[in-house]
Design a protein around this ligand. Sequence first.
Ligand code: Q46
Ligand code: ZN
Ligand code: ZN
Length: 295
Amino acid sequence: MVGCSHCPEEAVFEVGWKGKNYCDTHFKRYFLGQVEKVLDKFEIEGKVAVAISGGKDSMACLHALSHFDRIEIRPFHIDLGIGDYSKKSLEAAEDMCQELGLNLDLIELEGKYDRTIPELSEEESGKSCGICGTVKRYLMNKYAYENELDHVATGHNLSDEMASTFNNLANVYFTPLRGMKPMLENRREYGLVSRVKPLYYLKDKEALVYSEICNVIYYHGECPLATDSPTDELKEWLHKLDSERPGILRNFAKSFMRLEDRTELDHGELKTCERCGYATSTKICRFCRLMERGA
Ligand code: Q46
Ligand code: ZN
Ligand code: ZN
């Protein structure tokens, strides 16, 4: 048996970059410590909208954030109208909130905009995840802005963030280099609420172990519209690298953050959408264009 580095208990997980093994209790402490690091560094306080999809990462994020008194958490869920997948995701979100004694706000895409993600993807001939991403980002921000909340928290973890950054580099796509940090500042004049990623320093596997230790409720099913993405392959490669050179993933993240600080990025001119008034780089934002199509 491998023992915990901090107590006589049996270890359940090895955190390579720290060179330590942790039991349940000490792993949970480590996990919450990594979340606190983000909250401290970016001075996250006040009302935080927590976007919960029903999946592992966002539910682990909500559960972890529920430990910090300095923030008031406001969980919300976007029902994307993806058949059984959406129904089961909503059920998991409701169960978790009930367990934590929190109210869940629900945004129904179909009820509000008379559209579902499968319908929108059909109109746009595929590209479900791109459309879905636009819809989710827009509705998350709108929810937080309209409810006068200070931040929106999402469950993005270190593995996802690094895989997508490497994917952008692989495609010589530099625009998203803004937003590599765990927090994106608000721009109230454009109706943009700050976005924070509390699991930014934690890998996929760590969110999974946390969820198991803390009995986090989540829906295990996969979205039927998900396609094999090149980022999955990159993620596998990055994890392999990180197991051989522990900590390399964190260091990549830190380097990218510094790069973002030091680089003057051309984000294009930001305007406000003629239809809805939220930020866009075009006359009418992509969300409004999607909703108008086929209306
Ligand atoms: S819900 Fe939406 Fe995901 Fe389904 S359509 Fe793609 S992005 S896979 S997390
Ligand atoms: Zn221990
Ligand atoms: Zn708009």
